[in-house]
Design a protein around this ligand. Structure first.
Ligand SMILES: *Cc1c(COP(=O)(O)O)cnc(C)c1O
Length: 382
C-alpha cells in the first residue's frame, strides 16, 4: 500500500523515546525545553512553545491575541478546518477570501478587497496558510495587515523548513515570525516532523510568549515575580482561564530526534516533486503547478485533473491511496450553518473539483514513485 504521506521512524528516534521514557520525567521534563530550543533555532525565531497538537497551538494563538465574540478574522477556504475553527473556539467570526488559482494560497488581492469593503477596525486578524508547503509572502501580508491594524497568525503546519524570498533578497523561513505575530506547526505523523500528536507556536514577541506559556497550562503561574502573593513552596496562582495543552517529554524527545533529519527530508521531497513535475509537465490531462518552486517544503504534491474521482478510485484499486486537500472549509456543514454557501469562493470550489494529492514522503522509493506515475499515465492516456 502506498499512502499519500507517511512518517519515518528510525532506530535513533526509538532510542530517543526510550531514553525519555526511562528517565525521571514523562511529562514536564527537560526534553520539552530542548525541543523548543532546537525548533526555534531551526526556524530562526526567538521563542517556541511546544503544545499537544497543531489545533491547540491555533487555539492558544487566538486566545493570546484576544479573539472574542467581537472579533472578525480572515482565512483561506483551502486549508484544514482547524485554521478557521480556532477563531470559533473563542466565539469570533470567520471570514474567508478566495485562493489564487495558480498558487492555491490565500489571494492577497482578495483579502485587500475584503478589508477595503468594510470600515477600518472591522477585521482584527488574518490567518494565511503555507498551503502544501508553499510559503506565503508574509512581507506583503504584513504591509496589508498594518494598513488595517490586523494581527497575523501564520499556519505553517505544511512548511517547517520552507521559505520565501523577501524584497531584500533574504530567505524568510516559515514560522520565523519576522512578519507574522505568531506561527503554528503540527507534528501529526503526516506532517514533516512526527511526535505522534504535537504542535508548536513560534514568535518573537515576549509578551505573547508569556501569555502562551501560561495558557498552555491552565492559566497557572508559579513564577513568584508574576504572583500577587506567595504562601510557600507549594503555591501557584491561576490568573486566567487556561487549558492543559501540554506535550509529553517523550513526544518532545521524538520531535528533537526527527528534527535532525528535517532538512534531508525536504531535500528528498523536492526531488520527488521534480520527478512528478518533469514527468507530468507535458501531459495535457494534468493541470499542475508551474514548476518546482524555490522554498516550497512539499508537504503535498498536488495535481488537478478533470476526472478526479475516477482517477482516485482507480489508484485505490491499485493500492495507491491519494488524498484530497481540502474540501473548501466554507462548504463544510458547520460553516454552511453559519451562513456560508456553495458559490461563495469560486476559485476554491473549482480547485476542489480537480485536485489530488499524490504520494509524497521522504521514504517513498524511486520504484514506488514510478509505479504511481505509470499507474496515473495508464489511466489518463489509456
Ligand atoms: C494538520 C493541520 C492542522 C492541525 O494540526 P493537528 O496537529 O492535527 O491538530 C492545522 N492546520 C493545518 C493547515 C494542518 O495541516
Amino acid at each position: 500500500m502506498i499512502p499519500y504521506g507517511k512518517q519515518n521512524i528510525t532506530e535513533e528516534d526509538v532510542n530517543a523515546v526510550v531514553k525519555a521514557l526511562t528517565s525521571d520525567f514523562l511529562t514536564q521534563g527537560p526534553e520539552i525545553a530542548s525541543f523548543e530550543k532546537a525548533f526555534a533555532e531551526y526556524i530562526g525565531c526567538k521563542y517556541a512553545v511546544a503544545v499537544s497538537n497543531g489545533t491547540a497551538a491555533l487555539h492558544l494563538c487566538a486566545l493570546a491575541l484576544g479573539v472574542n465574540k467581537d472579533s472578525r478574522v480572515i482565512t483561506s477556504p483551502i486549508t484544514f478546518a482547524a485554521s478557521a475553527n480556532c477563531v470559533r473556539y473563542c466565539d469570533g467570526e470567520v471570514y474567508f477570501a478566495d485562493i489564487d488559482p495558480e498558487t492555491y494560497l490565500l489571494d492577497i488581492k482578495k483579502v485587500r478587497a475584503l478589508l477595503e469593503n468594510h470600515p477600518k477596525g472591522y477585521f482584527q486578524g488574518i490567518i494565511p496558510v503555507d498551503f502544501a508547503g508553499n510559503a506565503v509572502n508574509l512581507e506583503a501580508f504584513r504591509k496589508l495587515a498594518n494598513e488595517f491594524n490586523c494581527w497575523i497568525i501564520e499556519d505553517a503546519c505544511h512548511a517547517p523548513g520552507g521559505y520565501f524570498i523577501d524584497s531584500k533578497g533574504t530567505k524568510q523561513f516559515c514560522g520565523n515570525s519576522n512578519f507574522a505575530d505568531l506561527a503554528i506547526f503540527s507534528f501529526h505523523p503526516v506532517k514533516h516532523i512526527a511526535c505522534g500528536e504535537g504542535g508548536m507556536v513560534t514568535t518573537n514577541d515576549e509578551a505573547l510568549y508569556n501569555k502562551l506559556i501560561k495558557l498552555r497550562t491552565h492559566g497557572i503561574t508559579k513564577d513568584s515575580n508574576l504572583m500577587h502573593q506567595n504562601d510557600g513552596g507549594w503555591y501557584y496562582e491561576m490568573q486566567e482561564l487556561g487549558y492543559n495543552y501540554r506535550i509529553t517529554d517523550f513526544q518532545a524527545a521524538l520531535g528533537t530526534s526527527q528534527l535532525k533529519r528535517a532538512d534531508a527530508g525536504i531535500e528528498r521531497r523536492r526531488e520527488i516533486a521534480q520527478t512528478y513535475f518533469d514527468t507530468f509537465k507535458t501531459n495535457q490531462h494534468i493541470k499542475g503547478q508551474s514548476g518546482v518552486i524555490e522554498g516550497h517544503a512539499y508537504h503535498l504534491y498536488i495535481i488537478e485533473v478533470n476526472n478526479r474521482k475516477e482517477l482516485y478510485d482507480f489508484l485505490r484499486s491499485k493500492d495507491i491511496f491519494c488524498q484530497v486537500h481540502y474540501i473548501p472549509v466554507h462548504t463544510l456543514p458547520y460553516y454552511k450553518s453559519l451562513g456560508w454557501k456553495q458559490g461563495d469562493f469560486v476559485n476554491s470550489e473549482n480547485y476542489y473539483q480537480g485536485c489530488l494529492s499524490l504520494p509524497m514522503y521522504p521514504t517513498l522509493t524511486k520504484e514506488e514513485q514510478h509505479f504511481v506515475i505509470d499507474t496515473i499515465n495508464s489511466f489518463l492516456n489509456g
